[in-house]
Every structure is written in structure tokens, then in C-alpha cells.
Write a protein that binds this ligand. Structure first.
Ligand code: FE2
Ligand code: FE2
Length: 174
């Protein structure tokens, strides 16, 4: 039995505030990509989907003179660190298994290059899945952060993933 569903995470005000800031449509696409990649990499699909969905929860606004300052943001961005912490807190509050919360937080921490330790660091399969799931959804000029779905469509896509994950959970008992 999954302790926390994707819908539990989706409806939470913290998710609505921070995931929506960086793009709910992007988060949902990355969650779907992570579900598919989880099979190839033989990692826990529930963890992959949750990490994919929450990977950009650490984004924050970075404006200069009313304009988003991409150059500054890219140089000094720490959204993977903020995201790992926010996601971990949210998951634990929702009652997630502690080990799952830790692995998901680490996958968020290492989803881009910005928080990777120097030299020779190798992502675990789960971390690689989340990294690739994000890369596969990226569009020129960061357009992936600005795509929109209506809320009904968002929820229906979230429920599709929950349905698949619940079914696998019943089959494997994991
Ligand atoms: Fe990101
Ligand atoms: Fe992303």
C-alpha cells in the first residue's frame, strides 16, 4: 500500500504554491517521463514519479528591475538544494516512508549539475532517471516552465499515474 499518493502531493498548498511557480505542466510531464524511465532503469516507479513531479519545487523568483534575470539565476541558482529540502519536509508531513523521502530528496538534489559534487560523482539509477526525465522535457528558452494545462487536465493526468502506480503496487507488493 502506498502511504502517499501523487494526488495527495498535488493538492497540498505547498505544491500548489511552489510547483506551480516553475510550471505544473512541466512537473507532470517529468513525472510521466520518470514513470517510463523507471522501468528501463529498474528503479522504484513510485519514488521516480514523486521525485520527477517535485524536482523543481525549489525554484524561486529572481527579478531585476521587474525582469527575470536568467544570467544571474543560472550563475547563483540553488533550486535543487531548496527543492530537496522542501520536498522532504512536505513528504514527511504527508506521512511518507522516511527512506522514500530521503531517496526522493536526493534525486531532486542531483537533478541538475548545479548541486553535483565535483569530479567523479556518479548518479544512482533513481537520480539518473529524474535527471533524464527532466532533460527530455526541456524546451528552448525555458519554454517548458511556461506551458499550461487546465486544472481538470492536470488532475486527470495525476490520477492516471496514481492508477498505474497503485496497480503495480498491488502486483509487486512494493
Ligand atoms: Fe530544475
Ligand atoms: Fe525541470
Amino acid at each position: 500500500m502506498r502511504r502517499v499518493t501523487l494526488e495527495d502531493i498535488y493538492v497540498h498548498p505547498i505544491t500548489q504554491k511552489y510547483v506551480r511557480r516553475s510550471g505544473m505542466a512541466h512537473a507532470i510531464s517529468v513525472a510521466h517521463n520518470a514513470y517510463e524511465l523507471a522501468k528501463q532503469y529498474n528503479v522504484n516507479p513510485d519514488w521516480a514519479v514523486k521525485a520527477g513531479f517535485l524536482h523543481d519545487i525549489g525554484h524561486y523568483t529572481w527579478y531585476r528591475d521587474g525582469e527575470w534575470d536568467y544570467e544571474q539565476y543560472q550563475r547563483f541558482d540553488i533550486h535543487p538544494i531548496k527543492g530537496a529540502e522542501r520536498a522532504h519536509k512536505l513528504l514527511v508531513r504527508l506521512g511518507e516512508d522516511q527512506n522514500a523521502a530521503k531517496e526522493i530528496a536526493h534525486a531532486i538534489l542531483f537533478h541538475t549539475e548545479s548541486a553535483l559534487p565535483a569530479d567523479g560523482f556518479k548518479r544512482t539509477p533513481l537520480q539518473q532517471v529524474v535527471h533524464l526525465a527532466d532533460e527530455n522535457d526541456k524546451q528552448p528558452n525555458d519554454a517548458h516552465h511556461y506551458r499550461h494545462l487546465n486544472k481538470k487536465e492536470e488532475l486527470s493526468q495525476i490520477r492516471v499515474l496514481d492508477y498505474k502506480l497503485n496497480k503495480e503496487n498491488l502486483l509487486t507488493g512494493s
